[in-house]
Write a protein that binds this ligand. Sequence first.
Ligand code: COA
Length: 376
Amino acid sequence: MQMTNRPVISSTGLFTPDDSISNEELVASFNAYVDRFNLDNAAAIESGTIEPLQPSSVQFIEKASGIKARHVMAKAPVLDPAIMAPRWEERNNDELSIMAEIGVLAARQALERAGRKPEEVDAVLCAASNMQRAYPAMAIEIQQALGIDGFAFDMNVACSSATFGIQTAADYVRSGNARSVLVVSPEITSGHLNWRDRDSHFIFGDVATAVLVEDAAIAPKGHWDIIGTKLKTVFSNNIRNNFGFLNRANPEGEGTSDKLFVQEGRKVFKEVVPMVATMITEEAERLSVDPAGLRRMWLHQANAGMNRLIAQRVLGHEADADKSPTVLDTYGNTSSAGSIIAFHLYSDDLAAGDTGLICSFGAGYSAGTVFIRKAA
Ligand code: COA
């Protein structure tokens, strides 16, 4: 007999934008911008007051990151060398906002897959890196659009938002404050990416995911038992975005570059890999899970090299695509949604009793692990 509420993952949902940008298209646009900048500033470059911009390269991007393409909500303006940012028609306050819209699409799929009606859900967490506005909370708009009674709020832990959301939802279920919680991660990362920055213009893509966390007593057959969750944060400036209403760029547009994503990529690589590998192995030990026996790891999709190293340290050998699937090639880095996309796309083949790990890491620094086991 079940004595306490036991949180499980009932289902997931995924929304993928139709538009996709290949590395070739991205680099052609970036290099057109570079040519134009260097031409417009030819005199200053000649006199040595301005450094010329350097072109980007498809080979570098693929080798450094494993990314071959990324989906975006607005392809044409991102690729237009005169704009290089997402643009769409501003919506009225009585229209569903774009971030809520894609969150709702992912959430609806998760509800359908669990056979769950919106009125049976108790709470919605919008867990994402970038909120479209300050308030009302995106989560409340999503809640309203889905027709859910109960409560909703936003939470932002950058790339770890979804795993932090899963633990928060699981804690609500354990405490009895909710039996069914939607964790929605609409990540319109194209808005915070500096498409003019050669070091990072290739990194991010847009997507939305949803995870339905519920009490085992009401969950559908074939759900995923949550064996344990662990969260960790350690302050670092190595991934930072200073955008905010107290931190705006000045009206001349100067100082915009740090109001978008900036990182010290090499430091991130060096510091985050050991932190996450240690966290996973310690948590596995606490939960009496043999890391070598993990059937699959759905890792945060930041960079192919990082994932390769983390998986290798945890498993004790190199992981193949079956053990540690990647979606980086077609989705790029989708911030908190990355590990959930991988889980959504590559979990149907696991059998009852198989153990896996959803893991995120990123700005903060922040990291989260969710060990799960497929139920019968
Ligand atoms: N095209 C061509 N060359 C480029 C380039 C581009 N778009 N961007 C950088 N380069 C060049 C640099 O100028 C540098 O040249 P140099 O050696 O002559 O100075 C060289 O490539 C290496 O640049 P560097 O930035 O040191 O590359 P890297 O090998 O560290 O790879 C990252 C960059 C971002 C892919 C890598 O650091 C990384 O994956 N970090 C992990 C962080 C991460 O993924 N964060 C996401 C948020 S969690």
